[in-house]
Design a binder for this molecule. Structure first.
Ligand SMILES: [Zn+2]
Length: 222
């Protein structure tokens, strides 16, 4: 299981960076989790986007899905899983003939070439899902965007790694670095911060003692 962070920023990217996008490969399975601003160009550097089995969009905030639109000009028909709200954004995506759009919701399960994906609704401004990616009895979690919520620890427990939205300051609809530390201690999983606030997020997170994902530096899990 190899995860390549293509874009690690939240809201907008740092210069020459990209917002949320993680390329996941294991065996023959090739899955992209979110495809934010600046991600499509980088994905092209890693793989022919037509060979990706599925694009999983955790929620319809621009920094997680906006590069679906350049993807929609790329040859092929691309499988996209996403929530069906907000309705205006969903309609825009669904109306693209290049995208084969399927809806995810609470409790959804997807199987792709030996990889199982399960979802948990998070605490965020729009309908948003954390994703647990499992292969046999091993797994990792990508929290997508969320503030702390009941059920997060249970969803993460037993996973080897949590890519966690935990670099923002207090009061945002995201976890703080101290939430990230709490998640690490209560779940027993390794926590790596993602969805980094471009204004001081990396520094804030590192100062709390959490590691921060690095763009284009793959994480080999098993
Ligand atoms: Zn968001």
């Amino acid at each position: 299981m190899k995860i390549t962070p293509i874009g690690i920023y939240g809201s907008y990217p740092a210069a020459y960076g990209a917002t949320s996008c993680y390329f996941v490969e294991s065996g023959n399975a090739k899955i992209v989790l979110d495809i934010g601003c600046g991600a499509f160009s980088r994905l092209l550097g890693l793989i022919d986007p037509a060979l990706v089995d599925a694009y999983i969009i955790t929620h319809l905030h621009y920094d997680h899905y906006c590069d679906l639109f350049p993807l929609s000009y790329y040859p092929g028909r691309h499988v996209v899983y996403c929530p069906s709200t907000p309705a205006d954004r969903f309609t825009l995506i669904r109306n693209s003939r290049a995208l084969d759009v399927r809806v995810i919701g609470e409790g959804a399960r997807i199987s792709i070439k030996g990889i199982e994906l399960s979802f948990a609704r998070t605490a965020h401004g729009v309908e948003t899902y954390a994703v647990r990616v499992s292969e046999g009895d091993r797994s990792f979690v990508y929290t997508s965007d969320t503030a702390w919520f009941d059920g997060l620890v249970g969803f993460c427990k037993g996973s080897e790694l949590v890519l966690a939205d935990c670099s923002f300051g207090e009061g945002a609809p995201h976890m703080t670095p101290s939430d990230g530390i709490r998640l690490r201690s209560e779940s027993g999983s390794e926590v790596v911060a993602v969805h980094i606030d471009p204004v001081g997020g990396a520094e804030r997170t590192a100062a709390a003692g959490l590691s921060v994902a690095k763009e284009n530096e793959p994480i080999i899990l098993w």
